[in-house]
Design a protein around this ligand. Structure first.
Ligand code: 4AD
Ligand code: MG
Length: 431
């Protein structure tokens, strides 16, 4: 049986007989020759088929169109003129399927590409992004696994909110109403009392009513939660995590970053230099001084403010101590200054905004109840959560990283929609 190898392996071999298979990425021909640029998951390669050697099969070969699937054998050699520097002179070809006229080309509109997302995902650009996404997810898991964290899987169907009622998706659950998870946090907080150090990689959902380049309705969150951890350690942890992920991508995805024409000199400082750290109050003073922006103390930072801030730094900024009043209910008051919460956001450079949100967790049941009641929440849904404060409560911290936000930033994307295979937004839920 023929042993097929990947295009990348074939190019590594560089000479002699090879057998590869994949899809027609580009094709052109005359009545003497057919040039096929073949693609598989690993790369692309130019292949030449000469009519004189395939007289009987010529009709079929000549009819090969974009995205047709083929298996072929031949001799590989270096060729500077070929798109990836190698060419296969084909001696045997098996046409598996001749594709219909491909509905996408380089002039396709954004809308057309989105409608045919299942096909558009085959592009080199999308393939490169998805490989980087793989590295980001694998690096997150590796970073925590190496420190003896356990992966934990929280439920997706949940009876309560955690990040504010206005972005909840509700689901008919038999004759009841449940919500799609905004985060796994409340459940992870419950289970650290057994596993102690946990991380989660899970889909999360938010009914984001605005159409921005940074918001999805369905996105993946990579979270961690650990007993005994205090805030200064959390700040260290998020910095080390982001450095680890970027370092891994720079090591493993060089050619993918090249395909995306990503300026890697923008990513290199992240690994080498310490991150910038500011409190929320310092950010407000900074924006006032540098941009004459007047943000009223007590308002959460918006996209414009995060973007202006990030312009000044080539590394992420860890902003801490946001106003307690506008923070999620589980973020505790700072004992030194009750107006602010012991929490952080990591703001990526180049205007990619918030990539991570985290905090110490409030252990005071009465305080938790007070904030939830003020927000009009039915406290009975949170009884399980209060139990975690009743039985062996210990200080703990956690954070959540938006996987697509990070991928978007690393790849230098214009829109977060390209950081996930099948994006879901208010307007886009198909295919
Ligand atoms: O800041 P958020 O809302 O934090 C939480 O959900 C915490 N419960 C996490 C935790 O402490 N375990 O969301 C975390 C991250 C944000 O920093 C952002 O990167 C991303 O999730 N995110 C979104 N990404 C894409 N589309 C959206 N609509 C997002 N909303 C948040
Ligand atoms: Mg946040």
């Amino acid at each position: 049986m023929t042993k097929y190898i990947s295009i990348k392996e074939a190019m590594k071999k560089g000479s002699g007989k090879v057998a590869v298979r994949g899809w027609v990425y580009r094709e052109r021909g005359s009545n003497k020759m057919k040039f096929i640029v073949l693609r598989d998951s690993s790369d692309i390669i130019q292949c030449v088929v000469k009519r004189e050697e395939f007289d009987k099969q010529w009709g079929e070969i000549d009819g090969l169109k974009i995205e047709s699937s083929v298996e072929l054998e031949g001799t590989i050699k270096k060729d500077e003129r070929a798109p990836t520097g190698y060419e296969i002179s084909v001696s045997k070809i098996n046409v598996v399927q001749i594709a219909e006229d491909y509905p996408l080309n380089k002039d396709s509109t954004e809308e057309a590409l989105a409608d045919k997302r299942h096909l558009a995902l085959r592009s080199r650009k999308m393939t490169a992004i998805m490989k980087i996404r793989h590295t980001v997810l694998a690096a997150f898991r590796e970073y925590y696994s190496k420190q003896d964290y356990y992966e934990f899987s929280p439920p997706i169907l949940q009876p309560t909110q955690c990040e504010g009622g206005s972005t909840l998706f509700s689901v008919n659950y038999y004759d009841k109403k449940l919500y799609l998870a905004q985060t796994g946090q409340l459940y992870t907080e419950a289970y650290i009392y057994a596993l102690e150090k946990t991380f989660v990689v899970s889909p999360t959902f938010r009914a984001e009513k605005s159409n921005t380049s940074r918001h999805l309705s369905e996105f993946w969150m990579a979270e961690m939660e650990a007993t005994w951890m205090r805030f200064p350690e959390l700040v260290e942890d998020v910095e080390k995590l982001v450095k680890f992920i970027i370092g891994d991508v720079l090591k493993k995805n060089k050619s993918d970053l090249e395909i995306l024409e990503r300026d890697v000199s923008k990513l290199e400082p992240i690994v080498k230099k310490p991150f910038n750290r500011m409190t929320y109050t310092e950010v407000l003073e900074f924006l006032k001084k540098e941009h004459k922006m007047d943000v009223k103390w007590g308002k959460d930072l918006r996209t414009v403010e995060e973007q202006k801030l990030s312009q000044h730094f080539d590394v992420p900024t860890i902003v801490t101590h946001y106003p307690k009043e506008v923070m999620a209910f589980y973020k505790p008051k700072d004992p030194q200054d009750s107006k602010v919460a012991v929490c952080l956001d990591v703001i990526a450079p180049e205007g990619y905004c918030e990539i991570i949100g985290g905090s110490e967790r409030d252990l005071d049941i009465e305080e938790l109840k007070k904030v939830l009641s003020k927000d009009g929440e039915d406290l009975s849904g949170y009884e399980f959560y209060f139990d975690t404060r009743r039985y062996g409560s210990v200080p703990h911290c956690g954070h959540g990283m938006g996987v697509e936000r990070v991928v978007s930033w690393i790849c230098g994307l214009d829109t977060i929609k390209d950081a996930i295979p099948f994006p879901r937004t208010m307007r886009r839920f198909n295919p």
